[in-house]
Design a protein around this ligand. Sequence first.
Ligand SMILES: [Zn+2]
Length: 234
Amino acid sequence: MDFRSLLPLQAVDQRIAQLEHRKVQLPEHAAASSAAAALHTARVEAERLVKRQGDITGEINRLELRGKELDAKKAKYEAQLKTVIAVREAEALQHEIAGVAGEHSSLDDAELILLDESETLDKRIVESRAAVPTLEAAAEQATTALATVLAAVDAEIAAANDERNRLASAVDGETLALYEQVRTRMSGAAVGEILKGSCGGCRTSLSVKEQAEMKKVADTHDARCPYCGCLLAV
Ligand SMILES: [Zn+2]
């Protein structure tokens, strides 16, 4: 086995891991999400305003109809009033007329409030519709920006994977299998050099005796850092 041949392979593996990490952490993800959310909110708000406007129109129509009914009722009572002679009956009719007038007045008040709201809504609907194209353009731009950077990172990852395949094919099968096995179990480096008397994986200082023992078992299954367990290229 040749542990030293693993060092460039590990370097490219680390680069691939960094690129994969960068890919998910791209700020363009958040920008695209927030632009899409802003567009969605604006569309929902525009729909809500239009729906409310529809409800108000329906309610105003209902009040208008009721108003006409009350007008007819009032006209009927007033006509009856001209024909009655009995004071009691006249009083009863006048009471009815007053009741109808009271209801009509309440209707008119409610209608005025609704008309007022309707006018405000008209303005808000215009504003909210006007804002949508800008938000649509911003969302599209953010999506495109994200796709562009993702494509760039993917290209880097693909190139790194090509390099990895090239490097891996130069490593003997047994060494490569051991590296892959150690790599899945290690969170840090799977292979390291002894640098200035320390393990390149965990930076723990190795004694002169430990280093001498490592040299004896170089490129075997026993050439492992006693502290972190990484393969040591002596
Ligand atoms: Zn170590």
